[in-house]
Ligand binder design. Sequence first.
Ligand SMILES: [Zn+2]
Length: 308
Amino acid sequence: MSMKKFSLVIVLFLLGLTMSRVVDVWAEEPTIAAQNSTTATSKFFDAHVHFQDCKVGDLEKIVEWMKSNNVQRVINHPLAQSRPKNETERTQMLANYANYQGRIDRFCIIFPEEVNSVEEAVKILTREKKDGAIGFGEHYGVNMNFDDPKNMRLFEAGSLVGLPVMFHMDQNKNLDEIGFPRLQNALKTYPKLIFIAHSDWWKRLGDGSCEKLLQNYPNLYADISCTVGRSAIGRDKAMAREFFIRNADKLLFATDSGWWSLGNVKKQAGEFSLIDELKLPKDVEDKICRGNAERLFWNKNLPSSPTK
Ligand SMILES: [Zn+2]
């Protein structure tokens, strides 16, 4: 190629580059990549929400909610009402999530009575994991002890497949006694399975059981949704602050928001303002609001000191 021709090629190449930049700037619709880009101002990874996800446009509603609440990343947990009802809905659901990688992730559920063996549960969970699920839950063991054999076979499957389980507890779900002996049985039986506590689990904060378990079991974490309304954390900010600092490596920011929260900014979950009010040390706030979730779900090797 002559020098002249070469220069012409260079000029045309540079012109092309310039024009493509201009076209980018003019483009009105942001690309999915732009929508997925992280912003320095987004404060929260919300590890526990329940939005619909099976219809075209469902995830766009989540993104709107995330924007108005300063949330960068969420984990969506199916409930009986929202999980796919057939393969067509499931296919649409997977297509929806494919557009929001890095911003919206999902857990999956099986009800204890839906399988008859660990192998059956493993088969379902393996498929879900292959299709992007990063955990199992929200797990309701309705009218069952926490360590009921039907629950335990789901935990065994979760442990074998490698999906953390987030569980709900109340007066008729995942039943346990003072000091959580049944939860402890599961934690000991499946030491490789990450359990994430939530809801009425926090009601035992006052007798020290929650903290004792968090400190004794490396495979137990807790999400902070439902703390404000159901535990002393909402009432006693000084205690809450110290608790969060002591257990900084074991807590996940979460709000349990869902389709009922859409268009309802005034009824924002109390955990958003709780974090602002506690004025935690920056490293503690970073771990609880983002870092622990990154480590657990997205394998980011972030610094963490083991809980003593
Ligand atoms: Zn929930």
